[in-house]
Write a protein that binds this ligand. Sequence first.
Ligand code: PMP
Length: 428
Amino acid sequence: MNRNDELFERAQISIPGGVNSPVRAFRSVGGSPRFMNRAQGPYMWDVTGKRYADYILSWGPMILGHGNPEVLRAVHEAVDAGLTFGTATELEIQIAEEIRRLVPSIESVRLVSSGTEAGMSAIRLACGYTGRNKIIKFEGCYHGHSDRLLVKAGSGMLTFGHPSSAGVPAGITNDTIVLEYNNPAQLEETFKELGDQIAGVIVEAVGGNMNMVKGTPEFIHAIRDLCTKYGAVMIVDEVMTGFRVALGGAQSVYGVTPDLTMLGKVVGGGMPVSAFGGRREIMNQIAPLGPVYQAGTLSGNPVAVTAGLKTLQLIQEPGFYDRITATSKRLTEGLTKAAADNGIPFTADYCGGMFGIYFLPEVPHRFADVMKSDDKLFGRWFHQMLDAGCYFAPSVFEAGFVSIVHTDEVIDQTIAAARDAFASLRAA
Ligand code: PMP
């Protein structure tokens, strides 16, 4: 038994499933999760000392790679100045100003500690602002685990409030409407029927929680147009895509101006900072200015905000997004070719520093497509890659990420490992 196996056994005694977030448990791919204890640049090391090229990057935040010296230096200074004050700080103004500059649809922004809080607060605000109750979300999109958003739909059908988690009372999700992603006609029908009751539409413009599935421009612009027409709030969840697919986020890629935006991951540079912000008129409904309540003991924590602020400064280096996009392209094209050479049905796609790899013959456009993935084949490939020192997300429903320090050399080593893995899948 190696040390990972030992720790996994021990963890399961004191922690449900041995993990503090479910996907970490390797349930869909089997085996023991790797217990990491160090990371630097594009790599992480587990407790046995084994090194892995990291393609999850803490699920997105570490766009500069692990252990960026400038971020660490700033964080060390912030730690020395005080861990938390629970008061207003100048740092919060600085990060808010930086966010407003980089994402111009955000006129005013509130910091929270997780994407879940950002989503929960954004829909509460949409309801408070419009005086309406219904929220539209899309199948396969994840916006955190707050009760009203923990709903998924049956295959492509309009589903009114079937909770997908136990413990969420149906009464709470009755006003959550789940529609098919990339289906503007269905959205329009729903607005025609219920338009005056719909407070807002929440969407990942580039879906990253059903593997990576890009919204079509028609779909994203239909959301904008219908929200405007019916007086609903358009919420773009950029927790994953913000500062990841482009400096201005997915909204800059699509040329769309949401009413509210959620941010997370990169905005905290590896520490717990998330945010929601948007039109001033809407944000002014938040306490203490307005009647929509929202608060947090550690919101705007100075150490966390320092990591985020420094990260936001460093991603503005000229050529940063060209470089990271080229890295995603090199990786996905290399993997696709290695699979094709071995006759494995496989495709891949990317957007900035985010990518999807699919054990499917075609790039998926909606949740139902992703559901057809060959997860058995993926599980075998995943373990071979892990053994070869390449850490991809342990599920067919997760996106992947690269950082600015994933050099061509790192990518090419990964592609070479993948070629061997595909060859052994073919041989098996
Ligand atoms: N929205 C999106 C798009 C996400 O990807 C995630 C997390 N993966 C969340 C919200 C929730 O964020 P958190 O895990 O920080 O609560």
